[in-house]
Design a protein around this ligand. Structure first.
Ligand code: B16
Ligand code: MG
Length: 210
């Protein structure tokens, strides 16, 4: 293993709570039922695909134009919430583990579905930390398609066999498996049958990547 590709939301940081608040505001405004269980199904899923999942509970049909508007509205709320993030939102555990992996010589990349990746890394003080960033701005297909991780490996100049993907979403483990990557799962990702390593916490990476 020469490189580690990290998912962002749910792995490096906990923007999932902001996604929840922003989607909840949109759902409430439109009288659509939304809860934490539905929010969990949005992990690793692109913005428009997330909206389609939310609209499963809607009682009317929305046009593509209305959907674009709703997604933009949700994103505006989300971006306002991201502005409150700071380096204090990066846990000591994540920080120390990332620094140890770097010291051990691993190349480190981000593989996230989010189009707000650069802003989030900036807020966390990680704007220049990673060797490569593959995110929602350079892909055409979202997880569970492997494109985001294949691009990350390409940007690092490594083959998938040499990269470990770290994920919190089942869709992300599926993407890693289909792309020929080994994976390390956190939370619900550990339930996926194809996850290579099941982790209890982020620092377990230091036992996997010696
Ligand atoms: P945005 P990840 C994903 O991030 C989130 O888990 C998912 O809930 C979100 O819909 C997606 O990013 C797109 O985010 O609206 O900011 O482009 O887990 O792949 O880092
Ligand atoms: Mg995630």
């Amino acid at each position: 293993m020469k490189a580690v590709i990290f998912d962002l939301d749910g792995v490096i940081c906990f923007t999932d709570k902001y996604h929840y608040i922003a989607w909840k505001k949109l759902a409430d405004k439109n009288g659509i039922y939304f809860d934490e269980d539905i929010n969990n199904r949005l992990r690793g899923v692109s913005r428009m695909a997330s909206l389609d999942i939310i609209l499963e509970k809607a009682t009317k049909q929305y046009t593509e134009e209305e959907k674009e508007y709703m997604a933009a509205e949700k994103n505006a709320t989300y971006v306002e919430l991201l502005k409150e993030m700071s380096p204090a939102d990066l846990s000591e555990e994540v920080k120390i583990t990332l620094e140890s992996l770097r010291t051990r010589g691993y190349k480190l990349a981000i593989g996230s579905s989010s189009k707000n990746t650069k802003m989030i890394l900036n807020q966390l003080g990680l704007a220049d930390f990673f060797d490569a960033i593959s995110d929602g701005t350079n892909i055409t297909k979202s997880k569970p398609d492997p494109e985001v991780f294949l691009k990350a490996a390409e940007f690092l100049g490594e083959t998938p066999e040499n990269c470990l993907v770290v994920e919190d979403a089942k869709a992300g483990i599926q993407a890693a498996f289909d792309g020929g990557f080994e994976s390390a799962g956190l939370g619900e990702a550990t339930e996926h049958p194809n996850v290579t390593y099941k982790m209890d916490s982020f620092k377990d990476l230091l036992d996997i990547c010696k």
